[in-house]
Ligand binder design. Structure first.
Ligand SMILES: [Zn+2]
Ligand SMILES: [Zn+2]
Length: 334
């Protein structure tokens, strides 16, 4: 593609002064095992904000952010069997994993020390085209259009892994701390499993969305839910929310932290962990998570709440995310 447009992040820094500028580039042809996607939609994720602002150290600069990509294959490299020109495919945060290390062999490619991440180690989806490994793409269920499918590819998959990491069982009482792109999809999965879901969030728009999606209780992070929780997932990048979640789960319950960046955990009185409560993190996801989740999302079928921005407004979308002005997800469309 000649003169492909893409948004380049040149430097890390506060979002207000962010240098996220449009640049034309020649897109190179896909190599062995790779395909080039003409991008139809790309979701905006909190991780993009963490990379832009430097909460996560840059792996390379300049870089094209974006790791919730829906596109159509327009060029196919050698040795690609699973995709052909014209196929629709999705790409998430996991750009590549080595396949040979102890973690990969255990089926934990999300923990592969050699893993590469889309829009971080490799150029991502704030662009008109992207080249990716065919083995790390996912078929998009036909019931989702391009823009509504984009937030499924990180917000959705990582929310699903969080439910799994929290060991959510059918019919349990679940707490979601913080509510946005990921939690609004996780709520629908938990409700589908017959769980009662308590949502702790401040924003009126988030509360309204949680109510419409069937939350059984909605309150503030500092308010105890009306019943003890079996499991809780913390979506807000807040150590205080982790403490509140741990206080709200019953003995034997589990709290999973869905955050790639968290400044610090507050001092935790041992009594809130005692009683065999479990506190764990959620790190990246595996291809298996992605395929399981996309099947579940189509079967429910999930409702995806998003706001659409033109590619050139990527910075504005990140600013609105930082200010918590987005009701759920943001999606860029070239
Ligand atoms: Zn590996
Ligand atoms: Zn993400």
């Amino acid at each position: 593609m000649k003169g492909m447009r893409r948004m380049l992040l040149h430097h890390q820094g506060p979002i207000e002064r962010l240098d996220l500028s449009e640049a034309a580039a020649e897109d190179s042809p896909p190599g062995t095992g790779e395909v080039r996607l003409k991008i139809r939609a790309c979701g905006v994720c909190h991780t993009d904000l963490h990379i832009a602002e430097g909460d996560l150290p840059a792996h390379r600069l300049p870089v094209v952010l974006g790791h919730q990509i829906v596109g159509v294959v327009d060029a196919v490299g050698a040795d690609v069997a699973n995709l052909k020109r014209g196929d629709r495919a999705g790409v998430g945060w996991l750009y590549d994993a080595c396949g040979a290390c102890a973690a990969c062999l255990r089926g934990e490619e999300n923990l592969c020390p050699g893993a590469q991440f889309t829009g971080y180690d490799a150029d991502g989806g704030y662009a008109e085209a992207v080249t990716v490994a065919a083995a790390f793409t996912y078929p998009i269920p036909s019931r989702f259009d391009d823009a509504e499918a984009a937030p499924l590819l990180c917000a959705g998959i990582i929310g699903y892994r969080s439910l799994r990491r929290a060991e959510v069982q059918r019919g349990e009482r679940i707490g979601l701390y913080g509510f946005g792109a990921s939690a609004h999809l996780a709520l629908q999965a938990a409700a589908h499993w017959g769980c009662a879901v308590a949502v702790a969030t401040r924003g009126p728009a988030h509360r309204d969305l949680a109510r419409r999606l069937g939350a059984a209780w909605i309150g503030g992070v500092d308010e105890p839910p009306p019943w003890p929780l079996d499991r809780a997932i913390v979506f807000a990048p807040s150590g205080e929310a982790v403490r509140r979640a741990l206080e709200a789960v019953r003995p034997g319950g589990t709290v999973a932290i869905n955050a790639i960046h968290l400044d610090a955990l507050p001092e935790l009185p041992y009594r809130i962990l005692y009683g065999e409560r479990t506190l764990r993190s959620v790190t990246n996801f595996t291809r298996r998570d992605a395929l399981e989740f996309l099947g579940l999302a189509a079967a429910i079928p999930m409702r995806v709440e998003f706001e659409l921005f033109p590619l050139a407004a990527a910075r504005e979308a990140l600013v609105r995310m930082k200010r918590r002005e987005l009701r759920a997800a943001a999606v860029l469309a070239p």
